[in-house]
Write a protein that binds this ligand. Structure first.
Ligand code: CUK
Ligand code: CUA
Length: 652
């Protein structure tokens, strides 16, 4: 064996080489020669033993599927990113708040209508600041059926159906003007929680900012999810009014704390800026107090209060006023250290872990102590709005000295918690039992959230963790001043964490993600029966089958009933008059798994995806006279280029 010159090669390398050799021999195929090649490769590419084990732990040969799906928020992109773990291969982008041309999302009547559900106050919105996806749960376990996700900027919540990986609904309430603590689900997905961030007068009305204390408010919305329909039911949803602090992240209780929701807050100082008006900037005004308030809300008791009709309606939403919440003992505060961030309920539901951006601890609040004291009304004070306050020391399990800037926490199957530490830029592994740090690993760089396999459930898997880092300063080939984000896959199965893989994310700041066991998802392969509209889950009234293709002129315009099949559209000539409203009803009549077509029409901003069996309706006005070729945008067959036709718009 050749001597290895690189200082990166540890002396144990030959052991690894032997192991690789043995493995190769064991499988019969590559033989001893291949082992030698591995060594040469390692040398040529300057790879250490660590590098090679990382590669062996993530490399996924062709045809082999990943063990987990990660659903990452697409940040500014307003879409969800589906990633396989451990390979870190991107499997799909799901259009959510933003049109997605490949999927035809935002280019046909039904998907346009979904995106339009998210327009606020008549304003068209085609981007989002997506932060926190949440998988649907049954009994506190991911059930692989739905994923919800929020838009922090334009308070909205979307419902994505994991049977076909399509966004089916967006809900938005004018009650609040921005949000952050969303989306978090109750353990059986009865509710999807959305909490405001920047206080504003409830209901989208105006009040001078000098009346901040009196007129500005926060609120937590409980969006009711109907599992049968797979939709949020706004009429069955409700909210709780909160003081004008900046409510931050939230998490729902589980097991012993089922029925509760916890939300941290910042800016209990109620600063609102005014740098040109002689006031301190918002961020210094908002960091005066040593403690902010963890909001503890008994949502199950609140639900009963709603059912008893003790609500006021604001912007169409039933709201439990702050006074009613206090009177009914639904809400209490526990002081939490300076500028807290992250609220994460432990798998057994006994603890709530809160980080402190300007603190060096994570604090583990004790859900049982909080519930007991609230029951006995053992309060030590009130905030300016009359919300009762619990004793800090009497409400915690303890604190863990973590490092500078702890943010978010996830869990494994062995009783350890993993906290992202922003300023120190590490992941800290610590024991929930004795609150001691046992391991730290560097991240590159600026870690925000982290996600662990099944990490938000009652039974985390351990195994994998992804550190979601902002701005990868030097990890990748440079692409200009706007830096990609960096997802770092970390092996957490052993006592020491091991970095396995760097994955650049080029779309927007992803914030948070969910990692679910792949075999929990059972996506469909084709739409059945032929003519299914994915947004109604039923055969569309305009579905077209072979032999029924036709063009009909009706009072509301020209209706074109069209089929797509390898390799033609029928009809393939569509004649209309300038100014006609055209209704295209297109059914892909195929049922083979890979028989997807697309339909694009030049000059009309139309491109829809026609997966097997799918039906799409497209309405547009033929404004301009001319000849507009249309064609299939998926390479569906040898005669794909010939899958085309003409839209002929005759001048008036
Ligand atoms: S926030 Cu982004 S790093 Cu919106 Cu969950 Cu903490
Ligand atoms: Cu159908 Cu190409």
């Amino acid at each position: 064996m050749q001597a290895i010159h690189s200082p990166r090669f540890p002396r144990v390398l030959p052991v690894l080489a032997l192991a690789v050799l043995a493995a190769c021999n064991g499988r019969g195929a590559p033989g001893a020669g291949a082992g030698g090649d591995v060594l040469k490769l390692m040398q040529a590419r300057n790879l250490s033993e660590q590098d090679v084990t990382a590669a062996l732990k993530t490399y996924t040969p062709t045809g082999r599927h990943d063990e987990y799906y990660t659903f990452a928020s697409g940040g500014h992109g307003g879409n969800l990113i589906v990633i396989g773990v451990p390979s870190m291969r991107i499997l799909k982008y799901i259009g959510v708040f933003t049109p997605e041309p490949w999927q035809g999302y935002g280019y046909g009547d039904d998907s346009n209508a979904v995106i339009a559900q998210g327009f606020r106050g008549g304003q068209e919105i085609t981007w989002a600041d997506m932060h926190h996806p949440a998988l649907s749960e049954t009994g506190g376990e991911y059930d692989g059926k739905y994923i919800f996700v929020n838009d922090k900027c334009n308070p909205r919540v979307a419902v994505v159906d994991l049977s076909d990986f399509m966004t089916k609904q967006i809900v938005s309430s004018e009650l609040i003007a921005s949000e952050h603590g969303a989306t978090f689900v109750t353990p059986d997905t009865d509710y999807v929680v959305e909490t405001s961030q920047y206080p504003a007068p409830l209901g989208g009305v105006y009040a001078p900012i000098e009346q901040y204390d009196e007129k500005y408010r926060g609120a937590m919305i409980f969006w009711r999810f109907d599992r049968q329909k797979g939709r949020i039911v706004p009429e069955q949803s409700w909210a709780i009014e909160l003081p004008p602090y900046m409510q931050d992240l939230a998490d729902c209780g589980k097991k012993v704390s089922d029925g509760w929701v916890y939300c941290n807050s910042i800016n209990t100082e109620r600063a609102y800026g005014g740098v040109l008006e002689g006031k301190p900037p918002l961020e210094s005004g908002a960091t005066q107090n040593d403690m902010d308030y963890l909001h503890c809300i008994h949502w199950r008791a609140a639900e009963a209060v709603v059912k008893a009709g003790k609500t006021t309606t604001i912007a169409g939403m039933r709201v439990i006023t702050l006074q009613t919440a206090i009177d009914e003992n639904l809400l209490a505060f526990v002081p939490e250290p300076k500028s807290p961030h992250g609220v994460d309920v432990t798998p057994d539901g006994t603890g709530v872990v809160v980080g402190g951006k300007l603190d060096t601890h994570t604090t583990v609040f004790d859900t049982q102590k909080i519930a007991a004291q609230m029951k006995e009304k053992k309060y030590v004070g009130k905030d300016p709005y009359g919300v009762p306050i619990l004793d800090f020391k009497g409400s915690i399990f303890g604190q863990c000295e973590i490092g500078l800037g702890p943010l978010h926490t996830v869990f494994d199957d062995k009783g350890y918690a993993y906290t992202s530490v922003f300023i120190e830029t590490v992941v800290a592994k610590w024991s929930l039992k004795d609150l001691k740090v046992v391991d730290k690993i560097d991240t590159h760089f600026n870690i925000g959230h982290l996600v662990a396999a099944e990490g938000d459930t009652v039974s985390p898997d351990g195994k994998y963790l992804i550190a979601m880092n902002k701005w990868a300063l030097d990890r990748f080939a440079p692409v200009g001043p706007l830096l990609p984000q960096n997802f770092q896959l970390i092996d957490i199965s052993g006592p020491k964490m091991q970095l396995l893989y760097d994955m650049p994310l080029p779309l927007g700041e992803p914030h948070n993600a969910q990692m679910v066991k792949a075999d929990k998802l059972k996506p469909i392969e084709v739409y059945k029966p032929v003519g299914t509209n994915p947004f109604t889950h039923a055969v569309d009234p305009h579905a077209t089958i072979g032999g029924q293709q036709r063009i009909e002129r009706k009072a509301d315009g020209v209706h074109v009933y069209m089929t797509a099949v390898r390799s033609h559209f029928s009809p393939d000539i569509v004649r209309v008059k300038q100014g006609d409203t055209v209704h295209l009803h297109v059914t892909n009549v195929e049922q083979a798994k890979d028989a997807t077509h697309g339909l694009a029409i030049g000059g009309q901003n139309i491109n829809v995806s026609l997966e097997p069996g799918k039906h799409v309706n497209i309405t547009f006005v033929a404004k301009k006279a001319g000849v507009f070729p249309f064609y299939c945008t998926e390479f569906c067959s040898a005669l794909h280029l010939e899958m085309a036709g003409y839209l002929l718009v005759e001048p008036n």
